[in-house]
Design a protein around this ligand. Structure first.
Ligand SMILES: [Zn+2]
Ligand SMILES: [Zn+2]
Length: 88
């Protein structure tokens, strides 16, 4: 298994962080996974590698606005990745 950027996925052989890739383009660490060697122990590899990344259909919280814009429902157009205001 390889990542979208072509790097091999090291899950299983080295301790790794999995990632979530949001629609806004941000990538955030999600679950940390111990490798086979250290699984079930208190140990981990000295170097932690990047594991797989999972695509989310959401924007990350950093790129969202609390309560929209004063409660107005703006939608994200998936084609252009821009905010579209409420139709009149
Ligand atoms: Zn490990
Ligand atoms: Zn973001």
């Amino acid at each position: 298994m390889t990542l979208s950027n072509g790097e091999p996925n090291f899950v299983g052989t080295m301790c790794s962080w999995n990632y979530v890739r949001y629609t806004c383009g941000c990538e955030k660490q999600s679950e940390f996974i111990q490798c086979e060697k250290w699984n079930g122990t208190i140990g981990k590899c000295k170097k932690l590698v990047k594991g797989g990344s999972k695509a989310s259909s959401n924007y990350c919280p950093t790129h969202l606005i609390a309560d929209g814009l004063g409660g107005t429902i703006w939608k994200i157009d998936p084609e252009t990745n821009t905010a579209v205001g409420p139709s009149e």
